[in-house]
Ligand binder design. Structure first.
Ligand code: ATP
Length: 259
């Protein structure tokens, strides 16, 4: 399958401080690819640069066959590449429904139809559609952040740590929705610190350390070296190894079955 997103030799700095250096990877069309790394590895910087929020000092980003390097964020979004940022960034004083309306490019009946798809995916948001977003729980705000991105009818989603700060039960709800979105044909690049959450739903994963890719492979391939993964995610190998053993059992089913 052809890549929908290609990142080549990407370098990003904050002033003189390098955050990402000569980073290259790709996401196949229709796939769910994970980008894993510890705190400060450069994951958010990479996503924000792809989405047009940061300007790289070098390298190239190609989306759906077009060079989008240094393209303004709203144009990237119009082309079908939507970012769900770390920290959710919902508009706190507005209601759930107003947040969704703000994010839509469509108007009238077309917007109503897209919103209906979002309500079907997140019935809990529909129940709370008139509630002010800032007063919702972390899990509900994460659902709203994903729902806002879906209002742009994207062909690809960039998800920045959707599990952050959520209880295991809410992680299940949010990741269940991510699986459904992927099954509907949307390509996904999922950034996570928590490999044990991301690998079971990923088809391919990259490990990023200090702004560079240090390992890549299917979840089963990465799980063969839990020590290496744990070391670079800042985790205790004794904790990671048993989780990976379980993942290996799970990954004996095909990726489609695992979804
Ligand atoms: P986290 O999970 O903690 O968000 P991350 O993998 O997403 O980590 P980035 O936020 O991309 O990592 O940070 C990469 C590097 O860039 C880190 O060394 C970080 O301290 C630095 N950095 C990030 N944002 C800024 C900024 N606004 N100014 C200066 N340095 C920054």
């Amino acid at each position: 399958m052809a890549p929908i997103l290609t990142v080549e030799d990407l370098s990003v700095r904050y002033g003189t401080i390098p955050a990402v250096t000569d980073l290259s990877f790709r996401v196949e069309e229709g796939s769910l690819t994970a980008l894993l790394g510890a705190n400060g590895a450069g994951k958010s910087t990479t996503l924000n640069t792809i989405a047009g929020l940061l300007r790289p000092v070098g390298g190239r980003v190609t989306f759906a066959g077009e060079d989008i390097t240094r393209t303004a964020a709203f144009r990237v979004s119009r082309r079908g590449l939507a970012l769900v940022p770390e920290g959710r960034m919902v508009v706190a004083p507005l209601t759930v429904e107003e947040n969704l309306e703000l994010s839509s490019f469509a108007r009238g009946r077309r917007r109503t139809a897209v919103m209906q798809d979002v309500w079907d995916l997140f019935p809990r948001l529909h129940e709370r559609r008139n509630q002010v977003a800032g007063l919702m729980s972390g899990g509900e705000q994460q659902m709203l952040a994903i729902a806002r991105a879906l209002m742009t009818k994207p062909s690809m989603l960039l998800l920045d740590e959707p599990s952050m700060g959520l209880s295991p039960a809410l992680v299940d709800v949010v990741f269940g929705a991510i699986k459904q979105i992927h099954a509907s044909g949307v390509s996904i690049l999922l950034v996570e610190q928590n490999a044990a959450i991301a690998l079971p739903i990923a088809e391919f994963a990259y490990l990023i350390h200090r702004g560079d890719i240090i390992s890549a492979g299917s979840p089963a391939e990465l799980e063969k070296d839990p020590d290496m993964v744990a070391r670079h995610l800042g985790l205790d190998p004794a904790v990671v190894a048993p989780e990976f053993e379980q993942l290996l059992v799970d990954s004996e089913s095909t990726p489609t079955e695992r979804l």
